[in-house]
Design a binder for this molecule. Structure first.
Ligand SMILES: Cc1ncc(COP(=O)(O)O)c(C=O)c1O
Length: 445
């Protein structure tokens, strides 16, 4: 089938409910690049939405999965333990952000792991309510749709959702009305209103005695790559401690080196009671998990957790190889260097008279970086006259110039999530494509 015919076949027969950045058909991936069925090569600044952290088809991870396929593919967790899972736990334990996190449950997708965390929190505390953050993304299953607050599209038409979910504001200083009205306030000097609102929520809407957990992405992902100001997560931890509420950190997107630390919570030294992992854990093999201390985890009744494919042996073998590559290739050092390189490009765009007027904010940690453009949709916060839909236009230009990138959030934001193994030269190519894309959009107006 010719490439165009094949794409049309996909459009016809793949569910429309899957929104797609493009209709290209991927055949191969290697390192920071993917190739289409007609041989076109793209630099991948999406890493499959932060999944192939070690690059497409990392040779060591591929070899581990291939070898495991010939040994044991499926060792069902409700029937027996299997070696790769035990070996994976051995590799993961030393990199946990806190030594108390020592007992694991593995599943397949991020959303399933989020649901597992909520099940654990409810069962362990015998309380029902879960507080989530405005702008949060936790998945698209029935349970997680009710927890996701980043865009209405994820829930519109599917209600009613899981009950017992309350929403509290996340500190998005760049879109904060208080900071907008007072130039002395902002990320460096947060008004702390979200902490105030969380305290009020616990007085007015959900009593601490009914609240099982606060569930937070340490850095909002689908909500806009928003890094909280330094005091936020420690203050939430304190509120949880004072009110006997569990803190669940969703590190599905921010984990496994993405932000320059193994887990994002390490930037603030905040210990989660339950941590959720997926994506980078196995570099593309479907694997997710939660971790907590043994006393908490073992409050669940035997048989209440599990699933046919939960903690698949091949995915666990890939996960072991990932943990080894993270150390052997000093991945965190590369993240630091490439992050600096990308930020320099973004700051140059902001400083440039050609493009500076388009840019509202540059933010992120490690290689989880967002570029927010000014938007006419939120006029009170706009500083200059700017065209509609800049982020999508820039993304389209990048695609025209052979680079995949993603937008994020309801605001005009592009996110950059390249593989953590990206080389200096590949990053330079990506930065040049991006610079040209923003300049072209600025020219076209
Ligand atoms: C923070 C976060 N939590 C949960 C999920 C859901 O993971 P999955 O798509 O594997 O179900 C995602 C996916 O992007 C995510 O970014």
């Amino acid at each position: 089938m010719a490439a165009t015919t094949r794409a049309a076949f996909g459009v016809q027969h793949i569910a429309k409910g899957i929104g797609r950045l493009s209709n290209i058909v991927l055949r191969k991936g290697q390192g920071s690049y993917v190739w289409t069925d007609d041989g076109h090569k793209y630099l991948d600044f999406t890493a499959g939405i932060g999944v192939v952290n070690l690059g497409h088809c990392h040779p060591k991870v591929t070899a581990a999965a291939q070898s495991q396929i010939g040994t044991l593919v499926h060792g069902q967790v409700n029937i027996a333990m299997h070696e790769p899972m035990l070996n994976l736990i051995e590799r993961l334990k030393p990199v946990m952000p806190d030594p108390s996190l020592n007992t694991f449950f593995f599943w397949n997708s991020g959303a399933e792991a989020v649901e597992a965390a909520v099940k654990l929190a409810r069962m362990a505390t015998k309380k029902q309510n879960i507080v989530v953050m405005q702008g949060s993304y936790h998945g698209r299953t029935f349970g997680t749709m009710g927890l996701t607050k980043s865009k209405t599209v994820y829930g519109a038409g599917f209600a009613p959702f899981m009950p017992g979910v309350l929403t509290s504001p996340f500190p998005y200083c760049n879109q904060c009305a208080i900071a907008g009205a007072d130039p002395t306030m902002g990320f460096e000097n947060c008004c702390n209103n979200p902490i105030h609102e969380l305290k009020i929520l616990l007085k007015q809407q959900t009593a601490a005695s009914d609240t099982a957990a606060v569930l937070i992405e340490p850095i909002l992902g689908e909500g806009g790559y928003v890094v909280p100001p330094p005091g936020f997560l420690p203050a939430v931890r304190q509120i949880c401690d004072e009110n006997n509420i569990l803190l669940i950190l969703d590190e599905v997107q921010s984990g496994f080196g993405r932000t320059g630390k193994y887990f994002a919570s390490e930037h603030w030294g905040v210990r989660p009671d339950i941590m959720i992992m997926a994506k980078g854990i196995a570099n593309g093999m479907p694997l997710s998990g939660i971790v907590a201390n043994k006393e908490l985890m073992d409050k669940q009744n035997p048989g209440s957790m599990g699933g046919t494919y939960s903690g698949n042996a091949v995915a666990c073998a890939a996960g072991i190889a990932c943990a080894e590559v993270m150390q052997e290739e000093k991945i965190l050092d590369n993240v630091a260097a490439r992050s600096k390189q990308l930020f320099e490009t973004l700051f140059a765009l902001k400083a440039s008279p050609k493009t500076g007027h388009l840019i509202k904010d540059i933010r992120g940690l490690g290689l989880m970086i967002g570029l927010e453009f000014n938007s006419p949709t939120f006029p009170t916060l706009v500083t200059k006259d700017v065209p509609q839909g800049i982020a999508s236009k820039v993304q389209a230009k990048c695609l025209e110039n052979d680079m995949l990138s993603l937008t994020t959030s309801i605001y005009e934001t592009i996110r950059f999530i390249p593989p953590l193994t990206i080389s200096e030269e590949e990053m330079k190519i990506g930065c040049d494509i991006l610079t040209k894309a923003v300049e072209d959009v600025a020219k076209e107006g």
